[in-house]
Unconditional design. Structure first.
Ligand code: ADE
Length: 327
């Protein structure tokens, strides 16, 4: 089945109109929605990939106050960028953001690529981010599919978040984008996914497309079958199992991973945090242990961080000395 054939029975025009009308009255007002500057949009996407909107929105304001333009980010030291990224997780994203800024300024004359293929060639910019920037900053009619959008479209079109394959989902997402307001559409689907079409306890009664949504239809049918079964059971005075409901699969819990504090990710985060607290160009000795990680584990983590460009190592020092990269 191709994307267009999965949409064959769908009132595409009505879905677009109803979701955009809903967004105009119910959409969230967020600081990064006032801009179409690709740099500012890219920063918002990088932050929001790993941070909830309640923390991500003020973090975006702080980061873009510190680095208001692509030129200012390109000119900063990686150390300053990593300091500004504190608390936002995955430090490599901050470095990638700066690599992008330097490519745009040094190689592209300060101008972001204006299409999906060009954006995808930038470091750390994957299919989702490229399409989010393309639709929001450049007004291109392309569908940005993150987990929220996947759930909204999967449920509406196929009755479940997990039915459509990635290629088909992308085709559906692209086919649905209205040519007139692709930026608002991208924001709207994200808002719908996080405030209404929630993973658990979806609020179908508040959804602008519940009339044409397969998931809502299945849920209503299951609820009505439930009621009928209950009535029949009451009539016969026997208990019956309720009809199954179309619910998203529960997430795995207790997945057997080691406690976070024992992971190398935790250790790497603590090392970078220590270096963030040190004066700008000073070396910090890191003899270990840190938490439950002994000196060898600390040295191993430092080498990995240095290989990724997240720290500089003083070559001759023993015990190791490191700092955030100054150039
Ligand atoms: N998460 C990532 N991008 C977003 C956006 N544009 N609006 C809301 N949440 C988001």
């Amino acid at each position: 089945m191709t994307g267009s054939s999965s949409l064959a029975d769908f009132p595409v025009g009505a879905i677009r109109a109803d979701i955009l009308a809903w967004y105009d009255t119910e959409g969230r007002t967020l600081p990064f929605r006032g801009t179409t500057d690709p740099y500012l949009v890219l920063v918002s996407e990088a932050i929001l990939q790993q941070t909830q909107i309640s923390r991500g929105a003020p973090a975006w304001e702080a980061f873009t106050t510190r680095f208001p333009t692509v030129e200012s980010l390109a000119a900063a030291s990686p150390a300053d960028v990593l300091r500004a990224w504190r608390g936002l997780g995955y430090n490599r994203r901050a470095l990638n953001l700066q690599r992008v800024a330097r490519i745009v300024v040094d190689e592209l004359g300060g101008v972001f690529p204006g299409d999906v293929a060009g954006l995808e060639r930038l470091p750390g910019v994957g299919p989702y981010t490229a399409r989010a920037v393309a639709s929001i900053a450049f007004g291109l009619p392309v569908g940005a599919v993150d987990t929220n959008v996947r759930r909204v479209l999967g449920r509406a079109i196929a009755g479940d978040a997990d039915v459509l394959g990635a290629a088909e989902l992308q085709a559906v997402a692209d086919a649905l984008v209205p040519t007139r307001r692709p930026d608002a559409w991208t924001h709207a689907l994200m808002d719908l996914g996080s405030t209404v079409c929630r993973p658990r306890a979806p609020r179908c009664d508040a959804c602008p497309v519940r009339r044409m949504c397969r998931f809502a239809g299945l849920a209503a049918a299951a609820a009505s079958a439930d009621r009928a079964a209950t009535r029949a059971a009451e009539d016969r005075s026997v208990s019956r199992a309720p009809a199954p409901r179309p619910v998203s699969r529960p997430r795995a819990v207790g997945d057997g991973r080691i406690p976070f504090e024992r992971s190398s990710r935790w250790l790497r985060g603590r090392i970078v945090d220590r270096l963030r607290d040190a004066p700008a160009t000073a070396w910090t000795e890191l003899p270990g242990p840190i938490g439950t990680h002994d000196a060898r584990a600390v040295a191993t983590a430092l080498s990995a961080l240095a290989a990724e460009g997240l720290v500089e190592l003083d070559p001759a020092a023993d015990p190791p000395r490191a700092r955030l990269p100054v150039a």
